[in-house]
Design a protein around this ligand. Structure first.
Ligand code: ATP
Length: 342
């Protein structure tokens, strides 16, 4: 087993809505494991707006640039407030270009019991660049809405290499590139072309197949176990990863990692779930699985595996699940149940 004498500095953002509750649960479990992280707590989201007006304060970014590692609760971007999404700003500022979202069947009585897919999403471009505007006609200032998507060959190559290297590292056999090159011929056509070019270097080691996004969405519902790695653009990745979360049992089970050359940030796929905030009923599993990914990232896979094993054991029976999965446990009691199984 790896032993660590020096602690690893890690930025901690509790986040909005259910964020503080699930982060607390995760911290209890990581403490019980004696995880070697030196938490550097920072603010972002609504709390940061209240304190200083900016949902992503420069001090938080500076801290993340220093630690190069973060565990983050979900952040709310107020709708129609003029603020750009904090999550998108974070990914851009730290160039966290690869979003890795594993979807694994963890519930033995779930709809599908053999899903093991990793969605890898280009995290910096596409329609998320925020270039959109209205065109006025007559007296209607918002008669036409226009949005632009951007992808560079360089960014497509970067994410394609990441996906194939990830496949090699994790013993996965197949990458399915998902696009809409029949309609968005240039934007997703460049993505498809670049991924295909990059795949040549991995021939015989990792297979490449392609799917149009609508077909992929249907195939995921019919037979999700056919997929190994799905590699796709920013918005398709956002939509398909929620679909995968639904297939494996819900958003409460879907973790995500945002990886760049210089930093990595780990979080749940879900948002801040304001509808259930403050009630101690949120499922912390997604954030816990993200923490397990963070262990792997820090070469602490033994701890990652130990945490994943305890979570899987806890989810075996409905009586030790949270409400979103048909159980009765509160967030804090679920955390205790995981600690009991460590
Ligand atoms: P965003 O736009 O940030 O994705 P959203 O409100 O559209 O936010 P979520 O916050 O992810 O989406 O919530 C979607 C639904 O899933 C809500 O009904 C919420 O209560 C539920 N949900 C999300 N996360 C959890 C969780 N960890 N445990 C239980 N229910 C959850």
């Amino acid at each position: 087993m790896t032993t660590h004498t020096e602690k690893i500095p890690c930025t901690l953002i509790r986040g909005d809505g259910i964020g503080p509750e699930i982060v607390d649960a995760a911290l209890h479990i990581l403490d019980a494991m004696k995880a070697p992280f030196d938490w550097r707590e920072q603010t972002a989201g609504l709390v940061a707006i209240e304190r200083g007006g900016d949902p992503l304060p420069e001090t938080t970014l500076a801290n993340m640039r220093e630690t190069k590692l973060a565990l983050k609760g979900p952040l709310t971007t107020p709708v129609g407030s003029g603020f750009r999404s904090v999550n998108v700003r974070l990914r851009e500022a730290l160039q966290l270009y690869a979003n890795v979202r594993p979807g694994l069947s963890l519930i033995p009585d779930g709809r599908f019991t053999d899903v093991d897919v990793v969605l890898i999403r280009e995290n910096t471009g596409g329609f998320y660049v925020g270039v959109e505007h209205f065109i006025p006609i007559g007296d209607d200032p918002r008669a036409v809405a226009e949005a632009s998507g951007f992808l560079t060959r360089e960014n497509c190559t970067r994410i394609a290499k990441f996906a194939f290297e990830y496949a090699l590292r994790t013993n996965r056999q197949k990458v399915t590139v998902v696009h809409k090159a029949n309609i968005l011929k240039k934007l997703t056509g460049l993505f498809l072309e670049t991924v295909t070019n990059v795949s040549a270097a991995y021939a015989g080691k990792v297979e490449l197949e392609e799917r149009i996004v609508d077909n992929c969405a249907m195939q995921l519902v019919l037979n999700p176990s056919q997929f190994d790695i799905i590699l796709t653009t920013n918005m398709f990745g956002d939509i398909l990863s929620d679909e995968i979360a639904g297939i494996i049992g819900g958003l409460g089970l879907a973790p995500g990692a945002n990886i760049g050359e210089d930093a990595a940030m780990f979080e749940a796929v879900h948002g801040s779930a304001p509808d259930i905030a403050g009630q101690n009923i949120a499922n912390p599993t997604a954030l816990l699985l993200a923490a397990a990914m963070m262990f792997d990232h820090c070469d602490l896979s033994d701890m990652g595996n130990r945490l994943r094993h305890a979570i899987t054991q806890t989810l075996q029976t409905p009586s030790t699940r949270t409400r979103d999965l048909g159980g009765k446990l509160s967030t804090t009691d679920f955390a205790k149940a995981v600690i009991d199984r460590l």
